[in-house]
Ligand binder design. Structure first.
Ligand code: 5GP
Ligand code: MG
Length: 183
């Protein structure tokens, strides 16, 4: 594991600025609040979605919801900027989802394998309903047929970092969504 970021911050261009992210998160929270009247269990998939999930949770408060929360860590093994396709459960949720209306939160819907794995697992535990919110969607990359119910932004096929998203576990702290450039 490197202890130094693989690229200087000057190699990262802003793709989605902070203000656009926050405006969109508020919009998603309004859509979610219109669909979930009272009770919702939010399950962010770690680690990439933690910043989005934290902002979304607070935005849901302003829309009048009182969500509950648990976390699941999944890994799709592979190196660098593409995943291999095999999804593994690294850390499970603690709460029961039986009979619950669940909203899975993830950073990016790309091949669809990660979210299919999570959705099927939570359904198999007896959730009453399962919906999906993603910060980003990459169209045309799906290997498995699955759609998100709430989508922040559609991005083209570039490797993005920031706002929780990493490259080699760096750049999660960036407040914007950026693109790594080969300068
Ligand atoms: P998939 O839908 O292919 O199963 O999984 C998408 C996952 O791959 C995301 O949750 C994210 O962890 C990772 N991923 C896909 N595209 C990108 C990207 O552009 N940047 C980063 N940092 N992660 C990505
Ligand atoms: Mg992920």
């Amino acid at each position: 594991m490197p202890t130094q970021a693989p690229h200087p911050l000057s190699d990262i261009d802003v793709l989605i600025p902070v203000h656009d992210i926050h405006a969109r998160v508020k919009g998603i929270a309004q859509d979610i609040a219109a669909d979930f009247k009272d009770d919702v269990m939010i399950i962010p998939l770690l680690r990439g979605s933690f910043v989005f999930a934290a902002d979304l949770l607070r935005a849901l408060h302003y829309e009048g919801l009182q969500p509950q929360l648990d976390f699941m860590t999944l890994a799709s093994y592979g190196r660098g900027t593409s995943s291999s396709g095999e999804v593994q459960l690294v850390k499970d949720i603690v709460e029961s989802v039986e009979g619950r209306d669940v909203l899975i939160v993830d950073d990016i819907l790309e091949s669809g394998r990660t979210l299919t794995f999570a959705r099927d697992l939570i359904k198999s535990r007896g959730a009453r309903s399962v919906k999906i919110a993603v910060l980003l969607e990459k169209p045309g990359k799906r290997k498995v047929a699955i759609d998100a119910d709430y989508i922040g932004f559609v991005v083209q096929d570039k490797f993005v970092v920031g706002y929780g998203l990493d490259y080699a576990n760096f750049y999660r702290e960036l407040p914007f969504i950026g693109v790594l450039m080969n300068r």
